[in-house]
Design a protein around this ligand. Structure first.
Ligand code: LAQ
Length: 380
C-alpha cells in the first residue's frame, strides 16, 4: 500500500498546493523525486476506464522530466480512432450480439480489436521527448531478447510485423501543448476469428471524410512462440523500457476507478462511454444505398433507394425513393420525416417509427413494416 501511495504521489509530481487543487488523498514527494521513470499496470479491464486513465495522466502529470509506461488489457472491445466512423469500421450488430464494447479514443488512426489476449502499452513523455521509434524499439528488442529467432520489425508507419507480413502491433498517438502519449497494441493470443468478424462495415454505401483504417493480415505471438508466457512478456517489456530510458522502475498496479488516486477519472470514463462521444463525434457522412423489399402475401419484390445525411450522429436529412406502386408516397414520405432529427441508431429510430406503424393498420401495414426494418438495418 505504501509503495502504491509513493508511486501515485510520484506520478502526480505535484507540490502540496497542487494537491489541494486536485483533492487527492495521497501524500506527495518533493519534485526532485519526479525525474525518473514509472511503470504502471492497470488492474481494470474496462476499456473506458483505461482510456480515461490515459487522459487523466496526460492532463494531470508533469511529464517534463519523466517517462511513464502504462500496461493495460481490456475485455473484448473495438477501439476506433478519434476521427473515424463506427458504422463503416465495425460490425455493430455482431458486436451487440457478442457483447463487445465500442470505444472511441482521443488519438487518431485506425480501428483495432482488443481482448485479454491483446496487450496495450502507453508511453507518456514530454512533447519534446516524443519518439515513437524509440518506444517501438522497447517492444521489438524485448521480443528479440525473449525469442531471438522471431523475425520482428517495426515499419515506417509504426506497425510491428512478424515475418515481414503479419501485423502484431498497431500504433496511435496524441500530442498536447507540452505532453504526449504514444500507445500501441501487441497481439499475444487474441481471438482472431472475433477480430475479423467485428472489423467489417455495418452499413453499406457510406461516403465521408472520416479516417479509414488500413487492414492488414494479423498474427498472435503465441502462435509463433508457443512457450512464451504473458508474465514473461510483461517482465521483458518492463526491463527493456528501463534499459532503453535509463530508469529502474518496478511495475506498480493501479486502479483507474479509484477516485482518491485519480480525482475526476470517473467523469472522464463516463464521457468516453457516452453515445455522444462514441457515435456523436463521427465526422458528417452520407449513406446512399439500395433497399431490397419483399412481401410474402402474395410474394413480391421491389427495390428502393435510401439517401441519408448524418451530422453529429443524427439524421440531418433523409430521402426514400420507393415506387408508388409498392407503397403510397405519403407513407414513405412520412417515414423519412419521422427519422429526421433522430439518432442514426436502430433502437432510437425504431422507437420513433413505432407510433407511425401503429397508426397504419391498413393494407400497407406489412409493406411499411418491412420498409422500416430495411431502413433500421442500415443503421447497424
Ligand atoms: N489489436 C490489434 N493489434 C494489431 N493490429 C490489429 C489489432 N486489431 C486489428 N488489427 C489490424 O490493424 C488494422 C487497423 O490498422 P490501422 O493502422 O488502420 O490502425 C491501427 O493500427 C491503430 C492502432 C491503435 C492502437 C491503440 C493503442 C491503445 S488503444 S488503440 C485492422 O484492420 C486489423 O487488420
Amino acid at each position: 500500500m505504501l509503495q502504491l501511495r509513493r508511486t501515485l504521489a510520484l506520478l502526480r509530481g505535484e507540490t502540496g498546493n497542487q494537491r489541494a487543487r486536485t483533492g487527492s488523498t495521497f501524500p506527495f514527494l518533493n519534485s526532485t523525486d519526479a525525474s525518473s521513470g514509472l511503470v504502471l499496470q492497470s488492474q481494470s479491464t474496462d476499456v473506458y476506464q483505461n482510456l480515461a486513465l490515459e487522459d487523466w495522466i496526460d492532463a494531470h502529470v508533469d511529464l517534463q522530466q519523466r517517462g511513464i509506461l502504462l500496461l493495460w488489457r481490456n475485455r473484448p472491445a473495438v477501439v476506433i480512432g478519434r476521427h473515424q466512423n463506427p458504422w463503416s469500421e465495425c460490425n455493430l450488430p455482431a458486436m451487440r450480439e457478442m457483447g463487445i464494447a465500442l470505444a472511441r479514443r482521443r488519438s487518431g488512426g485506425g480501428t483495432v480489436f482488443h481482448d485479454h489476449g491483446n496487450l496495450n502499452m502507453t508511453f507518456f513523455a514530454s512533447k519534446k521527448a516524443y519518439d515513437r521509434k524509440r518506444n517501438l524499439k522497447v517492444v521489438t528488442e524485448a521480443l528479440r531478447r525473449l525469442r531471438p529467432n522471431l523475425d520482428i520489425q517495426a515499419t515506417d508507419r509504426f506497425d510491428i510485423l512478424l515475418k515481414g507480413h503479419y501485423k502484431i502491433s498497431g500504433t496511435a498517438s496524441r500530442l498536447s501543448r507540452k505532453s504526449s502519449y504514444h500507445h500501441c497494441t501487441l497481439l499475444y493470443s487474441a481471438d482472431r476469428s472475433a477480430l475479423s468478424t467485428v472489423l467489417r462495415p455495418s452499413c453499406p454505401g457510406i461516403q465521408s471524410n472520416a479516417t479509414p483504417s488500413v487492414p492488414s493480415p494479423v498474427a498472435n505471438l503465441i502462435d509463433h512462440a508457443p512457450s512464451l508466457a504473458l508474465e514473461e512478456l510483461l517482465e521483458a517489456l518492463v526491463q527493456q523500457y528501463n534499459t532503453e530510458f535509463g530508469f529502474s522502475s518496478a511495475c506498480t498496479l493501479v486502479d483507474p476507478s479509484d477516485e482518491s488516486a485519480f480525482p475526476g477519472v470517473g467523469t472522464m470514463a463516463t464521457e468516453l462511454r457516452s453515445w455522444d462521444w462514441t457515435f456523436g463525434r463521427t465526422p458528417k457522412f452520407r449513406v446512399e444505398t439500395l433497399l431490397e423489399l419483399r412481401d410474402e402475401q402474395p410474394p413480391a419484390r421491389c427495390s428502393a433507394q435510401l439517401q441519408v445525411e448524418v451530422k453529429a450522429g443524427q439524421v440531418e436529412s433523409c430521402r426514400l425513393d420507393v415506387p408508388a406502386s409498392w407503397i403510397p408516397l405519403r407513407l414513405s414520405g412520412q417515414l423519412s420525416d419521422v427519422l429526421v432529427g433522430e439518432r442514426f441508431c436502430p433502437h432510437r429510430a425504431a422507437a420513433a417509427v413505432a407510433a407511425m406503424l401503429r397508426s397504419e393498420r391498413g393494407q400497407f401495414h406489412s409493406r411499411l413494416h418491412n420498409l422500416c426494418e430495411a431502413v433500421l438495418a442500415v443503421m447497424g
